[in-house]
Structure formats: structure tokens, C-alpha cells
Design a protein around this ligand. Structure first.
Ligand SMILES: [Mn+2]
Length: 377
């Protein structure tokens, strides 16, 4: 059994045996952190667990169409948990204030670290980290699938090898699709009230959340994909993930003032190193001029426009936040620049070709670092 499978087994045991859980994603939550933590939240709730989901700030309105943001609180309410699940987070510091306010809870509770970021600090007591995965949501599909494992846990066989049991494959809610991956739908059937067992159900809502994270982190399957990404995507859609809703709210509902703001950024393009690095800056004044709150500007501007320019391998977007700090997004074409080094310089993180940071440094200081730091691969 691979190390990853062993870790999955241990985490499933923790879920089976525990009752109270805390689920968190990184601050400035993105689609993958949100989709994965929310999906895990519902999965655990459906198992009859008590679950708290916490994130440092309000959830961006861009994610409100998923209709569950009101479940997220901004500080930890309870004192004791059987485990803490940290989703899509390379290091614990990125959990922000809720963790800083509750150091004892983090010291005394088993931590489950589920992530795909390069350079993950492996801070968990259990580390389910796969840097080859497209997203944390993709990894979660490995943890949550094959839930009929719980059959044997329910029968009291909590030890021994269960991996080679032949288990029935589930049927999707709307059709005759037979799942090749055994996502958990089968134990007791849908709506079963197995007391305290594993028996997880991937509802259409959970499937939608997982697919949302995959689509956001891959920019609709343009980056970081592998065969497994499409396997789980196929499975999620068969399980009722609302693909059209995700695509509509992510790519087909752009407002006119946003398009005008994009025009402004293109008009005032910043070009460094003779155009090999290009980017944009949006001040608070500009955000106000276009009637757009900073945290409602999605990734389209940098993903679709700035990083698609011919002749440039490295694109950046710097946004002034309401508190006067800077949010930095960096993108590079494959095998050109390692932009995560710049993000880390400013206390952020991410992937080699897609990274971000939140910093109190000035615009000119950020531009100086982007221009001078040698991150060419
Ligand atoms: Mn991610």
C-alpha cells in the first residue's frame, strides 16, 4: 500500500471514530480552499458529525451562488475537537487570525493537512499532500471515495486490510452511470441513517463544491491537469455536480463595469524587462471609480487577459486592498519563471506558475522585487 493510501486509511479512521470536527481553509479563501473545506463540511455533517467551518474573512460574493457561505464563521466557537482538517493550505500561518486566537486548540488537537501546494510544510499529524494533484478538491475525491470501507468498520472490523474487498458500485442519481471509482453512495443507500458509521454520501451539492474547486484551480482545465483530474471530474458530474452553474457563474456572467475595468488595466499596462513581464495595478480609487469591491474581482483578469499576451511569459496583478495593503497575483507560462519564489518573498505562497501574496509593501517595492529577483527557470 502506498504511503498516500495509508494516510487515507488513517484519516478515515479518525473520521469514523471522532464526533466533533473543525474544518478550515486558507485566508483570502479561493475556489479550491472554499470548495474543499465546504465539501468536507457537508460530508462530515451527513455522517452525523458535529462540524464547525471557519475562515478568517467573509466569503467573497463570487462564491455565494453555491449557497452555503452563511455556514462559515470567522472565529472558532468550541473548545474541543477530535480533529482539525486544514484544506488547501501550505502552512498553518495561512489560516490567519482564527488560529492565532486559539493556539491551545491547535496545540492539543490532531491536525489533518490536505493539500497540493508545492513546499507544503507537512505540519499535520496526518499529511495527505499530493503536489501532482490539480487541486485539493481532487485529493479529497480520493479520501471520500470508496466509502463502503465503512461497511467493515460498522461491522466492528476496524483493523485489518480492507482495500481488496470487492464492493458494489453506485448508481448516479439521474441515470445509469456506473461509477468506476466507488465514490461513497452505497452504504445503506441514500438517506440511510446508519448510526455513527462512515457511509458517506457524495450528494450533488458536495459534487458541485468539489468540481468548483477543480475548475477554479485549473482555470477550467487549462493548467495542472492529469488523467486523474478528468477521472474524478467525470465521476463528479455523474454524481450530479452542476457543471453548467459553475461555468456560468465563473466565466459567463461578467458585468459591464468589470469589462471596463479590464480595459483600464490594459490601457495602463506595466511592462518590465522589455515586455517579458507585464502586469497591472488597481488602486482603491480605481476600484471605486468602477464600482467594484476589491474582493469581488475574480481571477479572469489575470488568468484570461494578462497571462494570455503573446511575448510575455510572466504576468502579475497588484490590487490595493481596502486596508491599504497589496494583494499580489502572479502567473507564468510553464517552464519559464518560478513565480512562487516572489510570492514567498512577500509572505505568500502557491505553485511554481501560479502564486499570490498579501503584503503591506508599497507598489514600487513590489515592482522592484518583480523586476530584480531572478526567478527564471
Ligand atoms: Mn488549491
Amino acid at each position: 500500500m502506498s504511503e498516500m493510501q495509508q494516510e487515507i486509511r488513517k484519516i478515515r479512521e479518525i473520521i469514523s471514530q471522532g464526533q466533533n470536527f473543525l474544518v478550515m481553509g486558507h485566508r483570502n479563501v479561493d475556489g479550491d480552499a472554499y470548495g474543499s473545506s465546504m465539501a468536507l463540511y457537508f460530508y462530515l455533517k451527513n455522517l452525523g458529525k458535529t462540524v464547525e467551518i471557519v475562515n478568517e474573512a467573509n466569503i467573497t460574493p463570487l462564491f455565494h451562488f453555491l449557497d452555503c457561505h452563511t455556514l462559515v464563521t470567522q472565529s472558532i466557537q468550541w473548545q474541543e475537537f477530535d480533529a482539525i482538517f486544514v484544506c488547501d493550505c501550505g502552512e498553518l500561518e495561512l489560516l490567519g487570525k482564527p488560529r492565532e486566537d486559539a493556539p491551545d486548540i491547535f496545540k492539543n488537537t490532531p491536525l489533518v493537512n490536505i493539500d497540493h501546494h508545492n513546499g507544503n510544510k507537512l505540519f499535520g499529524d496526518y499529511d495527505l499532500v499530493d503536489t501532482g494533484a490539480s487541486s485539493t478538491c481532487e485529493i479529497l475525491c480520493n479520501l471520500l471515495e470508496n466509502t463502503p470501507l465503512s461497511n467493515s468498520l460498522l461491522e466492528g472490523e476496524s483493523t485489518g486490510d480492507k482495500s481488496d474487498k470487492i464492493l458494489p458500485t453506485p448508481l448516479s442519481p439521474g441515470g445509469n452511470y456506473i461509477s468506476p471509482l466507488s465514490f461513497g453512495r452505497e452504504v445503506g443507500g441514500e438517506g440511510s441513517e446508519e448510526p455513527g458509521g462512515w457511509g458517506g454520501i457524495i450528494t450533488p451539492q458536495i459534487a458541485t463544491l468539489l468540481l468548483f474547486g477543480i475548475i477554479r484551480d485549473t482555470n477550467c482545465f487549462k493548467n495542472s491537469i492529469r488523467p486523474r483530474t478528468f477521472e474524478v471530474t467525470s465521476e463528479l458530474i455523474a454524481l450530479g455536480a452542476d457543471y453548467e452553474k459553475i461555468i456560468f457563474h465563473t466565466y459567463k456572467s461578467e458585468k459591464l463595469n468589470y469589462l471596463k475595468l479590464y480595459g483600464h488595466v490594459l490601457d495602463t499596462l506595466i511592462s518590465l524587462k522589455w515586455g517579458s513581464i507585464i502586469g497591472g495595478y488597481i488602486s482603491q480609487d480605481t476600484f471605486k471609480q468602477y464600482g467594484i469591491p476589491e474582493n469581488e474581482l475574480g481571477p479572469q483578469l489575470i488568468n484570461e487577459i494578462l497571462s494570455s499576451l503573446d511575448g510575455s511569459d510572466f504576468a502579475f496583478l497588484i490590487k490595493e486592498t481596502e486596508d491599504g495593503n497589496m494583494k499580489l497575483s502572479l502567473r507564468a507560462r510553464k517552464n519559464t519563471f518560478n513565480v512562487s519564489k516572489i510570492a514567498r518573498h512577500f509572505g505568500g505562497g502557491g505553485h511554481i506558475f501560479s502564486a499570490g501574496a498579501y503584503t503591506d509593501k508599497t507598489l514600487s517595492e513590489i515592482l522592484r522585487v518583480i523586476e530584480e529577483m531572478d526567478v527564471r527557470m
